[in-house]
Ligand binder design. Structure first.
Ligand code: GAL
Length: 420
């Protein structure tokens, strides 16, 4: 994919700089947003595995859950002709970057290591631009989870965490009456939308969810079921604390870890925080499928794409990183730390915890029964343009005490339509 003139220039540059002995041939600058406790430990696993092979990891971490800020910084760097060698890019954005001609083809490494056979098809397709791999996936996160503090639930006499919306409101009311915060929530648009998404998955079901957030169907986005999603979503507001605005997701998870709040609805990167805090599933905390979504799996796949650079030696380092990510031992170590499950279907989960085993089981069942959906809140179902339009409407509604569910559903359809 590299243009000829660029290649000549790059070779000249390499030759010249090798003569002066200044080239750091094995340097990889990596842009990501893994800065919370659990995330940073997972990033460290990747850095270490790469450095063991003699490469140098140059950290380009941009804080901000969900990666919005990181993507803005990446655009600026890429447009000014100075992209990092590797960047965390997800979902349909991969195609967008591919279309603009920025990405390196990974066909050789993917063929050598049989990616097509080992990556679930729906995910493999999203890593390709015009049938060529341009990104390597690391993991599968499940978004529709509910996390609960076992001690706090027990203290208020609750033996089972809620599994439906109706049960949630009953349990949350009891926890509130007992003087505790039922739901830990961080008031940032992407977190508001994560909460909205799990309710949407329950109320709409997987088929209508896809019609709304993958096919962008106006009748579904503005329809009566969507009005119901907004109505239930609003009720959640009664069970979060008044200081939620601007709070980071991991700070919300820490509230559950420390027993300051009973539950959180969040993807299983939250488990990375429990792990980093030394907590054990089934003992200190519980993971259960989010309200009414036992048979569904909203997936969020982290992936890295590699930018075309002007030096061939950079390509070597990029390919070493892609190979490392796909390597079985790395897959185990990284995903046990991150809270996700491996991207490779041939990896045994014997050394993983019960939440990861449940996640894999749920993925396979959902794939078989049609309950597998791309996460809208995590940028897996649509481009950033449509996603930002949804974020704005949903978050405004949640933070407006006078927000009206019918008007919000109308506004949602309009905003999506304008962003298409
Ligand atoms: C997601 C990302 C996850 C997790 C989360 C919070 O977008 O895919 O790996 O880190 O953001 O930062």
């Amino acid at each position: 994919m590299m243009k000829n003139s660029k290649r000549c220039l790059s070779m000249l540059y390499v030759a010249l700089s090798m003569g002066c002995g200044t080239v750091s041939a094995k340097n990889v600058e990596v842009l990501h947003w893994w800065t919370s406790g659990g995330e940073a430990e997972a990033a460290q696993v990747l850095k270490q595995t790469l450095e063991e092979q003699g490469y140098q990891w140059q950290d380009f971490a941009i804080a901000g859950g969900g990666g919005e800020t990181a993507m803005t910084v990446l655009k600026t760097r890429a447009v000014s002709g100075n992209p990092p060698e590797a960047a965390q890019i997800k979902g349909p954005d991969i195609q967008e970057w591919g279309r603009l001609g920025f990405l390196v083809s990974l066909d050789d490494v993917s063929q050598q290591h049989r990616w097509d056979e080992l990556i679930p098809e729906v995910i493999a397709n999203s890593m390709k631009y015009q049938s060529h791999y341009v990104a390597v996936p690391l993991n599968i996160h499940r978004v529709n989870w509910l996390w609960a503090n076992t001690t706090l639930l027990r203290d208020v006499g609750i033996t089972q965490p809620p599994t439906t919306l109706q049960q949630f409101f009953q349990v949350a009311e009891r926890i509130k009456q007992a003087g505790h915060i039922p739901l830990a929530h961080g008031g940032q648009p992407w977190q508001d939308v994560t909460l909205f998404e799990v309710i949407a998955l329950d109320v709409l079901g997987p088929e209508m969810y896809r019609q709304a957030f993958v096919d962008n169907r106006m009748d579904v986005l503005s329809g009566e079921h969507m009005v119901e999603v907004f109505t239930q979503f609003k009720r959640m507001h009664d069970y979060i604390d008044p200081n939620y605005r601007g709070r980071d997701w991991n700070v919300a998870t820490a509230m559950v870890i420390q027993g300051k709040a009973a539950m959180q609805l969040m993807g299983d990167w939250a488990k990375g925080e429990f792990i980093a805090a030394g907590k054990k599933p089934g003992i200190d905390y519980l993971c259960v499928p989010a309200l009414g979504t036992t048979n569904e799996f909203s997936y969020n796949v982290d992936s890295f794409a590699f930018f075309e650079m002007s030096r061939d030696i950079d390509t070597q380092a990029q390919k070493a990183l892609a190979n490392t990510i796909f390597e079985p031992e790395f897959q185990k170590k990284f995903n046990r730390t991150k809270g996700s499950i491996p991207i490779r279907s041939d990896i045994s989960l014997d050394s993983f915890d019960s939440c990861a085993k449940a996640s894999k089981q749920a993925f396979m069942e959902a794939e078989r029964l049609g309950g597998l959906v791309p996460s809208m809140s995590q940028g897996m179902s649509t481009t950033t343009y449509v996603q930002s339009a949804i974020f704005e409407v949903v978050s405004d509604f949640f933070n407006n005490p006078d927000g009206d569910p019918e008007q919000a559903a109308q506004a949602l359809a309009k905003a999506v339509n304008a962003a298409l």
